[in-house]
Each structure stands twice: as C-alpha cells, then as structure tokens.
Design a binder for this molecule. Structure first.
Ligand code: 5AD
Ligand code: SF4
Length: 355
C-alpha cells in the first residue's frame, strides 16, 4: 500500500470513530506536510457532526497576575520582576463581567496566576457575586487547589474549571514547572471532573525537549481524563524567562494536535487559542477549520491587559464590542457564526451518520 493509501485509510477509520492507537497518532503527527489538509478536513467534518457549526465565545478576565510558581515558560513566573503585578478589585471584575454579558456572551472565564492571596472564601464570594448579578456560566482557571477548595467553588456556583496538564511527560513537566509534579496535576483534574465541573485540560506544542511520543501521550491523556474542553496552544518563548530565544514558529504541528484531538474526543469544546492568533494572523481561522469550535477573547481592562504578560505579542486589542465585531467578520469569511447558547459539551453523541 502506498503511503497516501495508508494515510487515507487511517483518516477514514478515524472519521467513523475507530479509536486511534498511540502509534497511529504518532504517524499522523509525523506524516509529510502534503497530508495535513486531509487531516484538517477530516477533523472539520467530525467537528460539524459532533458539535455543530456555531463558534462559542468565552470572555476571559485575567483578574490577577500574581503567581507563586516559577514555570520556565511563563512571563508571570514569580522570579520575573518585570511585570507590574495587579489584582483587580471585585467591583472591577464585576463591571467587566457585566460588559461581557452585554455583548451577548454567556460564559466568563476568571483566570489568574497561582495566587494564595485569594482564600477559598474570596473566590467563592467572587463567583457568587458574578453569578447573582449576571447569571453567566462561570469558569475558573486559577491553578492547583485542594479537593475541599474545588468542592467549595462548585457549591458557590462555578460551572467549569480549566487546568491544562501542559505536558504529559512527567520528566519534562518537572523540569518546566520546578517543584510541581504531573501526578498532582492529574489528581487535581480527576477531582475536578469527579465533582461534576465541565473540565478543561490541554497542552503546549513546541516545548523544548518535547517529542512526537510525548505529544501522542498528551492526546491520550486528554482522552483518558474524558476532559470536556481542550486548550492546545503553541509555546511562544518569553524574553524574560529561562526559555528566552527558543524559536517556535511551527503552527502546523499545533493544528495537527488540534485536529487529532477532535478525531479522538469527538464532541469536546476545543478553542482556537489566542497563542495561535498571536503566532500567525490566520492561526485562529485555520484552527477553526481543523477541529476547533471555541474562541476565548480577552476582556481584561486595558490598563491591566498588557501586564498579563504570559508570552509576548498577545493578540486581541480593543473594547469588548470592537473585539466581537472583528471576530464576527473573521468568522463570516469561513462561513461560520457566533453561537450564543452556553455551549456545554453535548451530553449525547450526535446521532449523525458517523455514529
Ligand atoms: N507560550 C504559550 N502558552 C503559555 N502559557 C504559559 N506560558 C506560555 C508560553 N510561553 C499557557 C500555559 C498556561 C496558560 C495560563 O498559559 O499553558 O496553562
Ligand atoms: Fe504561574 Fe500559570 Fe505562569 Fe506557571 S503558567 S508561572 S502557574 S501563571
């Protein structure tokens, strides 16, 4: 069988739902560039069938850039003295959530570094205030906490939780996140999922030391955890971190990981991440045509936004309404539109022809 026949067969099997093995995933990650478009088109068909044509928006508020960790890749790492550190007040956070609501978006993501300034009571109060006032679906993305904290966040009304596993290699994880362990991260994710949160995990693509085998393990971990949301972004080196200067302009590999994630997990919500849009002007639209179905625009007020400096050159500037208008135009170019429902992961497989 020629290589093209072989890949065609593999994609066909994946499209009708045959689980991909680790070796097959590695094959798809490594195959020659001319087959990428077939992979993306296959993932796009599964995306239409399993989660539909709408693009769901999640409004992000980066409410604190304090962080106690020292992740080698991240500009917010504690050892970096450059960023002006801020914590938004409750009033500012609530005002921003109201702006998100006013655009018609139904979900807010509250994101921060790992900042123990915020007690469990603090976060619960914040969630309660936002839920009461806006009725938005609330997603937390505030790092590793105890099972008791996660339970309390859920009781306060938080609906979703994002905690990217970052890399499925225990060694690489420990190197990139000094003092942290992958098994703790996975245990947090299992707790979060067990508590009934819509659970998000994900990775970075293009990390130093990362191999195709590790990327395949990332994808299998997303599947095994039965995560509902998958954030897959390219690594972008930050000049004020130990990984400064490590080039990664390969958005192609990130798009492949997104496409394979769609084939493996079928009905999950997969954002076209801001990091992709930052690396390439068409990165976001390409991801939306390779399996992604979510965009997470940043609504952090202008005076703070530049200080949430995870990686350089982050895309998306302007007022909430400007950002939405811009996205709407972009989506139209690829024949898609914003979906204004809450966009939960569908609970049942779509009874389409592919099942
Ligand atoms: N490039 C891309 N993504 C990054 N993140 C942190 N640093 C970088 C970087 N240099 C991502 C991590 C983390 C999220 C908050 O930001 O995946 O989960
Ligand atoms: Fe902190 Fe998260 Fe950045 Fe690590 S990736 S330094 S935990 S903000």
């Amino acid at each position: 069988m020629s290589i093209s026949d072989h890949i065609e067969k593999l994609l066909l099997a994946a499209e009708i739902g045959k689980p991909l093995s680790r070796d097959e995933i590695i094959e798809l990650l490594k195959m020659p560039g001319e087959y990428s478009l077939d992979l993306f088109a296959t993932a796009d068909r599964v995306r239409i069938n399993d989660v539909g044509n709408d693009i769901f928006l999640r409004g992000i508020i980066e409410f604190s850039n304090f962080c106690e960790r020292n992740c080698l890749y991240c500009g917010l790492r504690k050892a970096n003295e450059k960023p002006d550190r801020y914590r938004m007040t409750y009033e500012e956070i609530l005002a921003t959530a109201r702006q998100i609501k006013a655009t018609g978006i139904t979900t807010v993501v509250l994101q921060s570094g790992e900042d123990s300034h915020y007690s469990v009571e603090h976060i619960c109060r914040l969630v309660e205030i936002i839920k009461q006032d806006t009725g938005l679906v609330v997603t937390l993305s505030i790092g590793e906490r105890s099972p008791e904290d996660y339970r309390a966040f859920g009781q306060a009304g938080a609906n979703r939780y994002l905690l990217k596993h970052e890399t499925a290699s225990p060694e690489l994880y420990q190197y990139l996140r000094p003092g942290c362990r992958l098994d703790n991260r996975i245990s947090c994710l299992k707790t979060i999922k067990g508590l009934g949160f819509e659970t998000g995990t994900g990775n970075m693509v293009g990390l130093p030391g990362q191999t195709y085998e590790i990327l395949a393990d990332d994808l299998l971990l997303m599947k095994i955890l039965d995560a509902d949301m998958l954030g897959i972004s390219p690594f972008i080196a930050h000049p004020d971190t130990p990984l400064a200067g490590i080039e990664n302009d390969d958005i192609e590999l990130t798009l492949r990981v997104i496409a394979i994630a769609r084939l493996l997990t079928r009905n999950t919500n997969i954002p076209a991440t801001t990091a992709l849009a930052t690396l390439h002007p068409q990165g976001r639209l390409q991801a939306l045509q390779a399996g992604a179905n979510v965009v997470m625009p940043d609504f952090t007020p202008q005076q703070y936004r530049n200080h949430y400096d995870i990686y350089p050159g982050r895309a998306d500037a302007g007022s909430p309404l400007e950002i939405i208008a811009e996205l709407e135009k972009d989506f139209q170019m690829i024949g898609r539109a914003i979906g204004y429902s809450v966009g939960n992961r569908p609970t049942k497989p779509n009874p389409g022809i592919l099942h």
